[in-house]
Design a protein around this ligand. Structure first.
Ligand code: CO
Length: 501
């Protein structure tokens, strides 16, 4: 009797937590898309209140007792039950270990940090941000010590975004990636540069939107359960078991930015839609399992599929019919080369698929050193410029285009950056398996059939939600551990064809 009721208690808490988190997500989505500027103070209070409830519930005595009773009685029988215990045991332990005073100090430092960052960035002056970042780093180190870690304090932060991932694993994955991408860049720099000026002409927004929606539809994006609207930053969020929101923005200099960001967020959206299914809906299992696996799905759709030659064999004629003037004299081949142009640049979010990895690796190396204490915040701009020159071959003209460009550190998102590049690695390895199992995949893309690939991904990745850990999921799909060679091989063979050497 008692044992059964432990599950009832856990299921009830899980349900309430999911509803609270979706409600907070809806408030945040509204803040980014609809809210008038002066709504911010009230909105911050509303979200803080919900986050407080979420923290209290996760660290509640009922939660602790239910978890212990289930673990002691070995009552987790199915994969789904074991997954719920895995997720909530970690959340509970972290929540009870971290005193509320530290959470409040962190959120205070982050909100002041973000504010200081906005002005420091505007004034192109790192000194204005320095004391705030020092405080954030200091508190993050306290946090790592408080929740505990093995080998490296950064592991405690990383675990928050990518459960099970470690500094040792990332170093082993990123080291060959870095060397290969640097030598690929040398090769590309020696080639003739690609003309992509046609992407910077004026493309009316309504037609871009229509085209983006057609691709989303072909990807299997279900507009009965999901919707897209405009926002300042492209993102995806889940606000209900059958309600996924994605955003895009059209006021970009290049037509390729909104186009590929729509496909990117569409990939995140498909994952969230598939993850919430008859087995998982309304529970913590009904969502993507980690940041890196999530990013693997968005990048797989955006870059591996969306920027491929086969994809544009079908879509380029359609795109050209919509924009005949802008694309006059442009062939499919020059279009594909244009949207795959590689060039070192200062800003990460505008970086191409190749140099993007170097942007991430340098941020990872710097934040790891900040957390281990081998790099002082005051020396960060110098260290940034040194790595930028070493990896990208360019030195930013000021902190605005360098160390101050990203919001992450000011918002306390430390340990988050590596998940973007890990997503590339996961995506390439999963795609390799898809083509191995379904050899006609590329031909299907050239015929405008995205659905078969979408169904395969749904079955192998999306439907599993958060039931399996990222590593176990990858092993189930590919039979192997994460290995950077799939992505490296993909880059070399793709860019050899694009740059024709
Ligand atoms: Co993404």
């Amino acid at each position: 009797m008692e044992k059964e009721s432990s599950w009832d208690i856990l299921y009830q808490i899980d349900k309430e937590l999911v509803l609270l988190e979706q409600t907070a997500a809806l408030l945040e989505w509204d803040e980014e898309t609809q809210m008038p500027p002066d709504g911010i103070d009230g909105r911050s209070e509303q979200i803080s209140l919900l986050k407080g409830y979420i923290h209290d519930l996760k660290s509640s005595a009922e939660m602790g007792a239910a978890l212990s009773a289930i673990e002691e009685g070995k009552l987790a029988v199915t994969d789904a039950q074991r997954a719920l215990i895995r997720i909530y045991r970690k959340e509970y332990d972290d929540a009870v270990k971290v005193p509320k005073s530290l959470i409040l100090q962190l959120s205070d430092a982050e909100s002041k940090g973000q504010n200081a960052w906005v002005f420091a960035r505007k004034n192109n002056n790192f000194k204005e941000f320095e004391p705030y970042l020092e405080k954030i780093i200091e508190l993050k180190r306290v946090y790592a010590d408080t929740v505990g870690y093995i080998d490296h304090p950064y592991n405690a932060l990383l675990n928050h975004y990518e459960p099970g991932m470690t500094v040792a694993r990332i170093d082993a994955l990123f080291t060959p990636l870095k060397h290969e991408v640097v030598s690929l860049m040398d090769k590309i720099r020696a080639c003739e540069t690609i003309d992509d000026s046609f992407l910077y002409k004026k493309y009316p927004k309504e037609k871009q939107d229509r085209f983006g929606r057609e691709i989303l539809h072909d990807m299997g994006f279900d507009f009965q359960r999901a919707q897209m609207c405009e926002a300042v930053h492209p993102f995806t969020t889940t606000v209900g078991a059958d309600d996924v929101r994605i955003t895009t923005r059209y006021d970009e200099p290049s037509v390729s930015s909104p186009l590929f960001s729509t496909i990117h967020e569409g990939g995140h959206g498909l994952y969230e839609l598939g993850a919430s299914n008859s087995k998982t809906r309304g529970t913590a299992l009904g969502e993507g399992v980690s940041m890196a696996i999530h990013e693997s799905q968005s990048r797989l759709w955006e870059n591996i599929i969306g920027r491929s030659d086969a994809f544009w064999t079908h879509y380029f004629p359609i795109f050209k019919r919509l924009f005949p003037e802008q694309l006059e004299g442009i062939s499919k081949e020059s279009f594909v080369r244009g949207v795959n142009k590689v060039e070192s640049s200062f800003i990460r979010v505008n970086a191409d698929e190749v140099t993007y990895n170097l942007h991430i690796i340098m941020r990872y190396e710097l934040e790891k050193q900040l957390i281990e204490g081998s790099l002082a915040v005051k020396d960060l701009p110098e260290a940034w410029n040194t790595l930028s020159e070493e990896y990208l071959g360019i030195i930013p003209d000021g902190p605005q285009n360098g160390v101050l460009q990203d919001i992450h550190w000011s918002a306390g998102l430390i340990g988050y950056f590596p998940t973007y590049a890990l997503g590339n690695l996961y995506g390439a390895q999963i795609y390799h398996e898809l083509v191995k199992q379904v050899p006609e995949t590329v031909t299907q893309f050239s015929e405008g059939n995205l659905n078969d690939a979408s169904l395969w991904l749904n079955r192998e990745v999306y439907l599993k939600g958060s039931i399996y850990t990222p590593e176990d999921l990858l092993k189930m799909i590919t039979g192997q551990e994460l290995d950077s060679s799939y992505f490296i091989e993909y880059l070399w063979s793709k860019y050899k064809a694009i740059y024709k050497w």
